[in-house]
Design a protein around this ligand. Structure first.
Ligand SMILES: [Zn+2]
Length: 207
């Protein structure tokens, strides 16, 4: 049991394993994909309180070995300075953990999905250069891959569906694409995400 303080200041006990092993729990991946993580309901105010990060999540059968850090470590992860123990990949925040669970649940290669997100983010930034856009994989809908585009200012719904063939095309190329930019940078280090690209390019512009 780990003790977590709720927003209302009550102390809540949450049952959290040291390592969440998705291979040991047949429904574990599906629950994470639905946003259901170790948590408890606060006995005083009724709020859902999630376990504090970091958490370690593993699934040897699906090639997953991740440390989920809190969003407060985002900038150090972008700089390659976040170095939690172990050798696992870094995810930042529950949102990225849930997204990864949806990608694995649907049987996709996380790198190929990240490459699709790179293309979608580029298009969104082209139409709204001022917006701070982020793209998340939301799941398979009617055979298409559905993505949510957050941060658009135009009031667009921000939902994009790509056919399975777009995924297959990028997935068949991803093995050779990772040796070239931008994918080389995206997939280097322990935090493999398109989110660090904007930060790294503005940091190098600043010298
Ligand atoms: Zn509470």
């Amino acid at each position: 049991m780990k003790k977590v303080t709720c927003r209302c200041d009550a102390v809540v006990e949450i049952d959290v394993p040291d390592i969440i092993d998705l291979d040991a729990d047949p429904s574990g991946l599906a629950r994470l994909a639905d946003g259901d993580s170790p948590s408890a309901v606060c006995p005083r105010c009724g709020a859902l309180v999630r376990a504090e990060l970091p958490l370690r999540v593993k699934s040897a059968t699906r090639g997953l070995d991740a440390v989920v850090l809190s969003d407060m470590e985002r900038l150090s992860a972008y700089r390659g300075k976040a170095d939690p123990s172990g050798s696992g990949e870094i995810l930042l925040g529950y949102q990225e953990l849930f997204e990864r669970a949806r990608i694995l649940r649907d049987g996709f290669d996380p790198k190929a999905v990240e490459a699709l997100k790179y293309v979608l983010q580029g298009k969104a930034e082209e139409s709204e250069p001022e917006a701070d856009v982020s793209v998340f994989y939301n799941g398979l809908k009617d055979g298409s891959l559905e993505f949510h585009i957050l941060g658009l200012k135009s009031g667009q719904a921000g939902v994009v569906k790509l056919p399975r063939t777009s995924y297959d095309r990028i997935a068949s190329d991803i093995g050779s694409a990772v040796s070239k930019e931008p994918y080389k940078t995206i997939f280097s280090g322990r935090y493999k995400s398109i989110k660090k690209l904007g930060f790294l390019s503005s940091a190098s512009d600043a010298g």
